[in-house]
Design a protein around this ligand. Structure first.
Ligand SMILES: Nc1ncnc2c1ncn2[C@@H]1O[C@H](COP(=O)(O)OP(=O)(O)OP(=O)(O)O)[C@@H](O)[C@H]1O
Ligand SMILES: [Mg+2]
Length: 256
């Protein structure tokens, strides 16, 4: 990953501290998923549990779409709920069939019981030194049930060795964005905003190989900064919205 040192440091600190929800916001393609993926790799490398799922514009009517994906993937890798989570198995089992006994299959406590079960599961799969990480991507496309569960988690994570990171694409209104705004206003989430590049950066992108690698790296670092207090941020210039140059190759640019 190029640049984004400050934002990455903010995520690492949040993971170490745990007991909170972080919101990574920014425009399409700015690097939200990439940033969060880097943290997830760190967590896995430290032996931690990572759960990850995403909302989808084609599945806004699928209840718990990202939570289903996160838990099914965990089950696929062999993770199993431990004994202390047993009372929540009927609810969790509504998302992961192999976790529920046939006789319990009809029990379902709705979004709040499911969110509590998920929280207990994360705590059971964590240690104070290595908190579990849950990533919910693209909250702008969230289904209603996930919105209820996310709000519950934001309000109940404090004091537990678990971190939840939600990503949100800016400028896409909807219930998911509304919830994030409401949580931000009442300080129930910690925002980390990704901003477009400075104009100098777009020049770097245009002349991808024209500058020495060290100079391009410096420009990236200048363009990376952690969120200001207000959201949405002041509208960035169009030039500043140019995409990130991603490589530090040693090739010379082709002659124009
Ligand atoms: N800092 C970075 N260093 C290297 N590559 C990056 C960086 N940021 C983003 N990229 C690359 O740019 C592309 C778009 O990034 P990414 O998917 O993370 O954007 P996004 O903000 O999640 O977009 P969306 O709103 O569509 O989900 C990816 O190929 C990603 O690997
Ligand atoms: Mg993304």
């Amino acid at each position: 990953m190029v640049g984004r040192e400050r934002e990455f440091a903010a995520l690492q600190l949040a993971w170490r501290a745990a007991g909170r929800m972080v919101l990574v916001r920014g425009s399409a393609g700015i690097g939200k998923s990439r940033l969060v993926r880097e943290l997830a790799e760190r967590v896995r490398a430290a032996g931690g549990t990572v759960l990850a799922g995403r909302c989808s514009p084609t599945a806004a009517d699928v209840p718990f779409r990202p939570l289903r994906e996160a838990l099914l993937a965990a089950a696929r890798t062999g993770l199993r709920p431990s004994a202390e989570v047993a009372p929540f198995l009927p609810s969790l089992g509504s998302l992961v069939p192999e976790w529920v006994a046939a006789r319990d299959a009809s029990l379902d406590g709705g979004a709040i019981v499911l969110a509590e079960g998920l929280l207990r599961l994360m705590v059971a799969w964590s240690s104070p030194e290595v908190p579990a990480l849950l990533v919910i991507e693209d909250m702008q496309w969230s289904d209603r049930e996930t919105i209820n569960a996310v709000e519950y988690l934001a309000d109940n994570l404090a004091g537990h060795p678990a971190l939840v990171i939600v990503t949100l694409r800016g400028g896409e209104p909807g219930p998911g964005a509304d919830l994030m705004e409401a949580l931000h206003v009442r300080r129930a989430i910690q925002p980390v905003d990704l901003f477009p590049l400075e104009p100098a950066q777009s020049e770097v992108n245009g002349a991808r190989y024209a500058l020495p690698c060290r100079r391009r790296w410096k420009l990236f670092i200048q363009a990376s900064r952690v969120a200001p207090a207000s959201w949405p941020p002041a509208s960035p210039s169009r030039r500043a919205c140019a995409s990130v140059p991603l490589t530090c190759g040693s090739r010379r640019p082709a002659a124009r």
